[in-house]
Structures are given as structure tokens and as C-alpha cells.
Design a protein around this ligand. Structure first.
Ligand code: BGC
Length: 744
């Protein structure tokens, strides 16, 4: 519906409203009371710049809570917590007069090399979508709009402003779209940010299919589409495609081009009206929600600390080395520059000026009565390696346990460029090996935004704790987990591969000559590793706690087999002596399908918190999409058998059940290119074909031989009819088809 002010706006005013006023705000029309609206980064904190605007995190911004990055939040598998973080971000936005916060990033981690993986939740679209939706709900609960980004198929930084992601529709629909779709449908973000890249040759900012047909037409998006900063190549084509707001300002260039295009008839004014209406209606809604809600600040640092621990993934813990006893025991040696100079966020547009910063060394010292000593062990720039290492090794001789803080220095991963390898710096690995020769009790705590090769780390360390880039309270959260004040609750939202060459996009990454081919298609993350039976370092969904859980009495119930839906139930029992959390994961597979499908796919999950000895019956629902794949005709569920696996990771399946769905068969129409086999498999085609063969007499007899049928299976009807001596091929086939497609 058109916004009521549309009729009163001049063409020039309308064109001005779809292009920013400056770096972070939209244009006002004072005479009609249309305010300027502030949009700012996001997503891990509010980057409200006082002066010196930029989209690269270079200039300073007002202090704001630096929450854990999406790499860490993704590992929480905890929508409720994400909603709380979102709400806190909304409150801080309100307090800094920000109307739209630019986040969340729900792009899929296609390769561990993407420089921006720390800003994205997962390699799995269901997990990314559930977390994205919760984050948006939280932010918007206080009247601040979210901006779901970067739509779509933006999975690398290399050549990000020009590259064409060459990706087939099934892959888009099953892997790269669902997190956007789910977030739009569950939480209606105020805005969706289109990405820089092209999709199959067309810029996202000018892609009508993407921005209008799919986003609005199919998913029912009601907000406005904003460009990524500088993503608009042609402002007129952008409006025509369904882009509603160009950011940042392009001066008078954008508005003037739009005015000219309307005047000379190359852009319909009604399309501009749609864009203006979308922007104004959304801004009205935000202002009304702001007037109706109060933004009450809580203890956001404490929330950031809780969230960082919830995203911490305990990868190994031999002989229960963790948690450390805080009261008794010998000296604890803390090693690693990261312990006193935390790396807790990534570089680029999400860079926050934190309100405070906890370092792990101080937090550890404050958490224990045991003696704590520190050695930097290495310098970020690699200098003075031998001296730093030998001092640390010397100190390790006196210590009962060594806690080594390792990770990726700032320069190794960032927005704007991709990584070229997944290795930890060699000086850190040499230090670790030397420490191991001196002391057998080593805990490694990691700070990195995307996965790293952990081969040498797991060899040397008895316990490995992945803290990701955990925000401003990451240091104290690490201490909380190390001493067991809280559980490490995280589960991997991305597989940790053994080596880079095992990763699904390896040969296609990062493309060249302007194109990147998504050749691995739907086989992304565990869908690839599990289908191709590759060994991995740590599987998707993996993470240890300080207690263990048992799964019993798993059932999968199908109420009505003619409907694609099932209910999964399982009893989860905390078998240990400590309270803990577990994430129950449900994977669905379709062993016999009309198309290739991954071995299994995450279709539901639930996080449970249980006291020692406590049990809970966990119930998870599977809807139609849990069984569907994208076919030429849209989402399709085939009748037949499905496996439903209930587990604690994609490789730790505790129960497998098989169900049969008796949903209606949807057969594609036959045509002259349909094969002998396809005619036989078609409910009406088979009878028509058999009659045709009978009518052929002896010539048709050979088609009845089972061996011959195998050989002829792939022959199109066109050839079969021609081989049978017919000259009017089209006429003959059309005759056969009247008895087939009509009845279908
Ligand atoms: C990034 C966006 C960000 C925008 C504004 C762009 O370069 O891709 O994620 O929101 O800048 O800073």
C-alpha cells in the first residue's frame, strides 16, 4: 500500500528519499515532517561514529558493549540467548539514537578462508536462520530495526564488490537462501541489506528476481531493501529491481539519475513510489515502536561474559584436565600474548570501541588462590622468538599446569580480504611443541574468528578450548570456563577440517576472471564431509561439557503419513555430578531419492539445561521442509523412507529411526525428451508406453527384454519413436501424451 505522503511528495523529493543523506543517515523532508533516520554497524555492538565516518572500522566510535562475534554466538546454539543479546544491542542503539542496526550476518560459511566468517553464524542454514531470527526479534523488541545481511551468496571477500557468484538455483534455495528466508518469515527485519556481489551475472542490488520476486513475493518481506555501502552500480536499475534505499549518499548523482529516468520514461514512477513507500512505512513503524517501548539498559558486560562462555567450545579434555581446581594445586603458568592483549573482535565494519575489556590473565589471577605466573611466549609480530620461547619453557618447568593462549593475530583475518591458509602462526606452534616437551599438562585456549588447523595443537595439548573472538568479556569468560564457574556450553557451528584441501570449496575458491563457481553445490560443511565420508578434526555440532548426557527412548512419530511432518522425542539425562547443557540435534536423510542428496541435514535442535541426575523428555518437530529438496517445480517431498537421526553432533548419532511418508507422488509432465525409463516410472506413462510397444508388434518385442530395457533406459522418446519407423515424430508423441499429462 502506498504511503499516505506519496501524493504530496515531488518527484525530486521522492528520488531523494531513496538515497542516503550522508554516510549513516537518510534524507529528511522537513516540510512534510519526514525525519532523517540513522543506520549504523553492527552486528556485534553499536559502532556509532562521532566524526570521521567510514565503513571499514577505521575511525573511532562511541563506546559500546562489544558482544561476542557471530562465530562465538553461532556456537551457542541458543536462540533465547541471542534474543537477549539482540535486545541489549537494541537498547544501546536507542541510547545512541540509532534507528537501524546493521546486522545480523547470516551468510553461510562456505569456506574457512572467508575473511568475514567471524561475522557469520554457521555453515548450516537452519542454525544460522534460527539464530538470525532470534537476534532480530531481540533488537526490534525495543523499536530498533535490524538489517539482515548480506543478501545473497556473499561468501568471500576476494573481489567482493564485483565477483559473480555462479550458483545454481537448487543450491541457492537449499543452502544460501534459507537463513534469510527463515529470518524474514519469523522476525520481519525492518531492512534487508543486499550484497555487493553479482549472482549469476546480475548485481544483487539490481536483481529483481532476488529483491522482489523471491524476497517479497515468496517470503513476504515487508520492510525495505538497503544497499550494502556502495553496492549500487546503477541507481535506476536498482530501483527497478526493488532496491529501496541506496547507502551511503551518492550525492546528487543517484537522485538526479532517478529523476531523469522517470522524466524520460525509462523508469516507471510507480516503481519509485513503491521504494519510497517501503522506506517511509518502515521508518514510521520504527518510530511508533520507539515511542511505545522503553530502552532500559541492563548489565551488558555481564551478558557479554555469559554469552562468550555459552559460545566457548571445549574440543578435547583428556583425563578431565578441565575444570582446574581454583583452590588447590600447584602453580599455573599462563603463556601467550593473547592472555594479556586479548583478540576479541574482528577488523572491518563491525569493529567496536568497547566499554571495558577483560583480559584472561587478570581474570585467571583473580579467580584462584593458586599461584599464577605469566610469560608472553611470543610476540604478535614474531620478533624475539627464541628468547620469549625459552623464558616460557623455563617457567613451564616450575608449573603444575600450563594454560597457553594461542590464536590468529589481527592481521590474519578481517573484512575486505580472505585468508590463504588455515594455519596458526608457526612461532606459536613451535612454542607449544617446546612447552609440551617440558610439561605434559597443557591447556590451549584459542582466539580466532574462523577455524584453524588443530593437528599440532591437539597433539600437544590435553585440553583445547575454542573461545573464538568472544567480545570484550572473552577473557573473564575464559577464566569462568577454565575453573568451571560456568560450563563451556558451545557446540561447533562449523566443521573443523583436518586440512584445507579437504574443504568443500577448495578447488573452486575464490574464483577468477570475475566469477566464483559454487561447484560443490549443496555439499557445504558437514553435508560434504559426511556424504563423502571424509575424516575431520572435529565434526559439526561437537562440543564437550563438564558432564555427560545419555539419550534414551528415542521415538519418531508420524501422525498422518500422507502429510510430511513428524515429531521426534528423546529423553536426555544428565549422568554427571554437575549441572550442564546439551544440544540435541536431529538430522534427516533420504536414502533413496530422485536427486542426489546429502547424507543427512540438520532439521531441528534444542538446547537443554539439566541438573545432575535430571532427565527431560525433549520434543522436536519436523515440518515439510525437513524432508524437501528444491526441484524444477519448487519444493518437493518424495514419498518413501527417511532416516531420522538424533545425536550430539553430525558424527555422534545416538539413535536412528526410519519413517515412511506416503505423501502424494508428484510426477513431472512427460514430453518428447523424456526417457524410456521416465515413461516407465510415470503412473500413466507406463501403460501408454506398454500399449505403444504392443502395437508395434514384433518390433516392440525387443523392448520387453529386461536387459534391453536397461540398455535403452536413457533413450528419449523422440529417438525411440524414430527407431520404430515413425516419420511424424511430433504427431506420434503428441498422440501418446494426450493419454498421459492430461490424466496427471
Ligand atoms: C559492509 C557491511 C557494513 C557496511 C557499513 C560494508 O562494507 O559489507 O557489512 O554494514 O559496510 O559499514
Amino acid at each position: 500500500m502506498a504511503h499516505p505522503l506519496i501524493a504530496q511528495l515531488t518527484l525530486e523529493e521522492k528520488a531523494s528519499l531513496v538515497s542516503g543523506a550522508a554516510f549513516w543517515n537518510t534524507r529528511a523532508v522537513d516540510r512534510l515532517g519526514i525525519p532523517s533516520i540513522v543506520l549504523t554497524d553492527g552486528p556485534h555492538g553499536v559502532r556509532m561514529q562521532a566524526e570521521g565516518a567510514d565503513h571499514l572500522g577505521i575511525n573511532n566510535s562511541h563506546p559500546a558493549t562489544a558482544f561476542p562475534t557471530a562465530a562465538s554466538l553461532g556456537s551457542t546454539w541458543d536462540p533465547e540467548l541471542l534474543q537477549q543479546v539482540g535486545q541489549a544491542l537494541g537498547v544501546e542503539s536507542r541510547n545512541l539514537n540509532v534507528d537501524v542496526l546493521l546486522g545480523p550476518g547470516v551468510n553461510i560459511k562456505r569456506s574457512p578462508l572467508c575473511g568475514r566468517n567471524f561475522e557469520y553464524f554457521s555453515e548450516d542454514p537452519l542454525l544460522a536462520g534460527e539464530l538470525g531470527a532470534a537476534w532480530v526479534t531481540g533488537v526490534q523488541s525495543v523499536g530498533v530495526g535490524a538489517s539482515l545481511k548480506h543478501y545473497a551468496a556473499n561468501n568471500q571477500e576476494t573481489d567482493r564488490m564485483r565477483i559473480s557468484s555462479e550458483v545454481d538455483e537448487r543450491t541457492l534455495r537449499e543452502i544460501y537462501f534459507p537463513a534469510f528466508e527463515r529470518t524474514v518469515q519469523k522476525s520481519q527485519p525492518a531492512t534487508v541489506m543486499c550484497s555487493y556481489n553479482r549472482i549469476n551475472g546480475v548485481f544483487a542490488s539490481q536483481n529483481r528476481w532476488l529483491l522482489t520476486d523471491v524476497l517479497r513475493g515468496e517470503w513476504g518481506f515487508q520492510g525495505y531493501v538497503v544497499s550494502d555501502w556502495g553496492a549500487v552500480a546503477d541507481p535506476v536499475a536498482a530501483v527497478a529491481a526493488g532496491l529501496d534505499l541506496e547507502m551511503p549518499s551518492s550525492g546528487e548523482r543517484g537522485p538526479q539519475a532517478i529523476v531523469d529516468a522517470v522524466r524520460n520514461g525509462t523508469l516507471e514512477e510507480s516503481l519509485l513510489d513503491v521504494a519510497v513507500s517501503n522506506v517511509l512505512t518502515t521508518h514510521d513503524r520504527l518510530k511508533a515502536a520507539q515511542a511505545a517501548t522503553e530502552a532500559v539498559a541492563g548489565d551488558h558486560h555481564a551478558l557479554a561474559r555469559r554469552a562468550a562462555a555459552a559460545g566457548a567450545v571445549l574440543l578435547t579434555n583428556e583425563d578431565n584436565l578441565l575444570p582446574l581446581d581454583s583452590a588447590d594445586g600447584g602453580q599455573i603458568l599462563v603463556v601467550g600474548e593473547f592472555a594479556r592483549t586479548p583478540r576479541y573482535q574482528g577488523a572491518g565494519s563491525s569493529h567496536i570501541n568497547p566499554t571495558q575489556l577483560d583480559d584472561a590473565l587478570a581474570a585467571i589471577t583473580a579467580s584462584t588462590q593458586r599461584a599464577v605466573t605469566f610469560e608472553p611466549g611470543f610476540a604478535f609480530d614474531g620478533s624475539d622468538e627464541e628468547n620469549l620461547r625459552s623464558a616460557a619453557v623455563e617457567a613451564a618447568r616450575q608449573a603444575e599446569v600450563v594454560v597457553a593462549f594461542l590464536g590468529l593475530p589481527d592481521a590474519e583475518e578481517s573484512e575486505g580480504f580472505d585468508r590463504t591458509h588455515i594455519d596458526l602462526p608457526a612461532n606459536q606452534l613451535r612454542l607449544l611443541a617446546a612447552l609440551r616437551e617440558t610439561n605434559a599438562k597443557i591447556v590451549v585456549v584459542l582466539s580466532n574468528g574462523a577455524v584453524v588447523d588443530l593437528g599440532e595443537v591437539t597433539q600437544a595439548a590435553s585440553a583445547v578450548l575454542e573461545m573464538w573472538l568472544g567480545g570484550q568479556a572473552s577473557g573473564s569468560a575464559a577464566a569462568d570456563v577454565l575453573f568451571g564457574t560456568v560450563e563451556p556450553e558451545g557446540r561447533l557451528a562449523e566443521t573443523i577440517p583436518l586440512t584445507l584441501s579437504d574443504t568443500p570449496a577448495f578447488v573452486n575458491w575464490p574464483g577468477n576472471q570475475g566469477k566464483v563457481h559454487y561447484g560443490e553445490r549443496i555439499y557445504v560443511g558437514y553435508r560434504w564431509y559426511d556424504t563423502t565420508r571424509r575424516e575431520v578434526a572435529f565434526p559439526f555440532g561437537h562440543g564437550l561439557g563438564y558432564t555427560t548426557f545419555e539419550y534414551t527412548d528415542a521415538t519418531v512419530t508420524v501422525a498422518d503419513a500422507s502429510v510430511a511432518a513428524a515429531v521426534v522425542e528423546v529423553t536426555v539425562t544428565n549422568q554427571g555430578t554437575r549441572t550442564g547443557t546439551d544440544v540435541v540435534q536431529v538430522y534427516v536423510g533420504d536414502p533413496v531419492a530422485g536427486v542426489d542428496r546429502p547424507q543427512h541435514e540438520l532439521r531441528a535442535f534444542a538446547k537443554v539445561r539439566l541438573n545432575p541426575g535430571e532427565s527431560q523428555r525433549v520434543r522436536l518437530e519436523l515440518g515439510e521442509r525437513a524432508f524437501a529438496y528444491w526441484s524444477k517445480a519448487g519444493w518437493l517431498v518424495e514419498p518413501g523412507e527417511y532416516t531420522v537421526e538424533i545425536g550430539a553432533s553430525s558424527r555422534d548419532i545416538r539413535a536412528t529411526r526410519s519413517i515412511t511418508l506416503d505423501v502424494p507422488v508428484s510426477t513431472p509432465d512427460l514430453d518428447k525428451e523424456s526417457t524410456f525409463e521416465e515413461w516407465l516410472a510415470h503412473p500413466q506413462g507406463t501403460d501408454v508406453l506398454e500399449k505403444f510397444l504392443t502395437d508395434l508388434g514384433p518390433a516392440g518385442a525387443m523392448f520387453r527384454d529386461p536387459e534391453a530395457r536397461k540398455l535403452l533406459g536413457s533413450m528419449p522418446m523422440r529417438s525411440l519413436v524414430s527407431f520404430s519407423g515413425y516419420t511424424d515424430i511430433d504427431g506420434t508423441i503428441n498422440g501418446l501424451l494426450t493419454g498421459v499429462n492430461k490424466a496427471n
